[in-house]
Design a protein around this ligand. Structure first.
Ligand code: SF4
Ligand code: FES
Length: 248
């Protein structure tokens, strides 16, 4: 395939950015999207030009590092899929593809397609953890947890912290990300000790980081590669009201 690429280039956090056109020839439909960018970069390096900076690590949908907006959609056109798992067979010969970084005030551009997502680390540091000493790994049946509760908690724990939910939201809200952590920990016995403080601290930190609030658009759920449901945000709101009532 021959493709026309328009890629966001930005030399640094304070440099002006712009979309630059590149031609990608000899693209195999078997390549992953990131392999296609690797090939484009090899061509740039051979010509002595600066390679396009983009994030990736596992390239198998589990680490949350890849973060590209493809034709306006975080992680691209396939639902429930990270951009590292997107394949070029999804595109046709002659297609134009625009590639941009996550765009949110709380995720400033570092270079080209790489953004700084350390704001998520600070949200987790504010409350997304269990700090009690739970000792060694207990026997599987030592703490009885109903199967449906365990499954809901583990489905929420599937969040990989990629930030696509923020990038898709017109308010740049981190509510889906936070609600995944809060749902995961509030459902399990080990998360009860810090349950009230957790939600209040995470929401206060999200405000301080510049994330917006939720207006129930549902864009976050639509692009989430782990299909975290927006109903988690309703649970987070209930947890927040509960924390206000129980902290008095
Ligand atoms: S909720 Fe989904 S989109 Fe948001 S950070 Fe977690 S995995 Fe990524
Ligand atoms: S590179 Fe790890 S999830 Fe995409």
């Amino acid at each position: 395939m021959k493709l026309k690429l328009r890629i966001w280039r930005q030399a640094g956090p304070n440099a002006p950015g712009r979309l630059v056109d590149y031609a990608a020839d000899d693209v195999s439909s078997d390549m992953s999207f990131l392999e296609m960018l690797d090939v484009v970069n090899e061509g740039l390096v051979k010509k002595g030009e600066d390679a396009i900076a983009f994030d990736s690590d596992c390239r198998e949908g589990i680490c949350g590092m890849c973060s590209l907006v493809v034709n306006g959609v975080p992680h691209g056109p396939d639902r429930g899929t990270t951009v590292c798992q997107l394949h070029m067979r999804r595109f046709k010969d002659g297609d134009s593809i625009t590639i941009e970084p996550w765009r949110a005030k709380a995720f400033p551009v570092v270079k080209d397609l790489v953004v700084d997502r350390s704001a998520f680390d600070r949200l987790i540091a504010a409350g997304g953890y269990v700090s009690i000493n739970v000792g060694g790994a207990p026997d599987g049946n030592a703490i009885l947890i109903p199967k449906d509760v365990a499954e809901t908690a583990m489905d929420s724990a599937a969040c990989i912290g990629c930030g696509a939910c923020v990038a898709a939201c017109k308010n740049a809200s981190a509510h889906l990300f936070m609600s995944a952590k809060i749902t995961h920990l509030s459902l399990l016995p080990q998360g009860q000790q810090e349950r009230s403080g957790r939600v209040a601290a995470m929401i206060a930190q999200a405000d301080a980081e510049g994330f917006g609030s939720c207006s129930n658009e549902g864009e976050c759920e639509a692009v989430c590669p782990k299909e975290i449901p927006i109903s988690n945000i309703a649970r987070m709101t209930r947890e927040y009201v509960r924390s206000l009532l129980t902290s008095r």
